[in-house]
Write a protein that binds this ligand. Structure first.
Ligand SMILES: CC(C)(COP(=O)(O)OP(=O)(O)OC[C@H]1O[C@@H](n2cnc3c(N)ncnc32)[C@H](O)[C@@H]1OP(=O)(O)O)[C@@H](O)C(=O)NCCC(=O)NCCS
Length: 147
């Protein structure tokens, strides 16, 4: 397995995985959101990027991140927004390798930290995440602002 940054030619493979991710979350976002997200991922000006796990020549998992400036540091922080591994490929360490890859990128590029959220009941994901650190005690407030 290799891990690399997604490029334009990866679109069909990424869309298949993305649909699996949306199904996992029971989300019905419109195709225009998928299109916009993909164009952001592949636009070098936008600080959104995807690392793909590739087996053979097929993408089997992804980590999508937003690198953003901070007020409390000069260096950026990295928000891991989406992590997904194809259902048939789980439990083989691919999720772990995707996170390890981001840690290595961040150490190389000087990010202050890598962070993410998950549902408290997502036990499979939390089993993986708990190997890195304990969850902190912040709670999330999230106000819907759109009609
Ligand atoms: C969370 C997720 C990315 C983990 O990917 P993964 O490649 O299976 O992760 P890993 O193999 O590196 O490790 C995951 C842990 O769960 C176990 N695991 C995950 N899926 C498994 C499966 N189908 N069968 C057996 N074990 C499984 C692994 O053994 C490992 O636990 P361990 O280290 O204590 O043995 C993947 O389960 C997934 O895509 N889930 C749906 C989307 C999701 O929840 N994303 C995270 C949202 S924040």
């Amino acid at each position: 397995m290799t891990i690399r940054t997604a490029v334009a030619a990866d679109k069909p493979g990424w869309v298949d995985l993305w649909q699996g991710y949306l199904t996992f979350y029971g989300s019905a976002i419109g195709p225009e959101v998928t299109e916009t997200t993909w164009s952001r991922i592949t636009d070098p000006i936008v600080p959104v990027f995807t690392r793909l796990a590739i087996v053979g020549d097929k993408p089997v998992g992804f980590a999508t991140c937003i690198l953003h400036p901070r007020t409390w540091a000069i260096e950026p922080a990295c928000y891991l927004e989406d992590l997904f591994v194809d259902e048939t490929m789980r439990g083989r360490g691919i999720g772990r390798r995707l996170i390890d890859d981001l840690i290595a990128m961040g150490q190389r590029d000087g990010w202050t930290n890598l962070y993410w959220h998950t549902n408290s009941g997502n036990e499979t994901a939390r089993r993986l995440y708990d190997r890195y650190d304990k969850a902190d005690d912040f709670v999330r407030y999230r106000l819907p602002l759109k009609g």
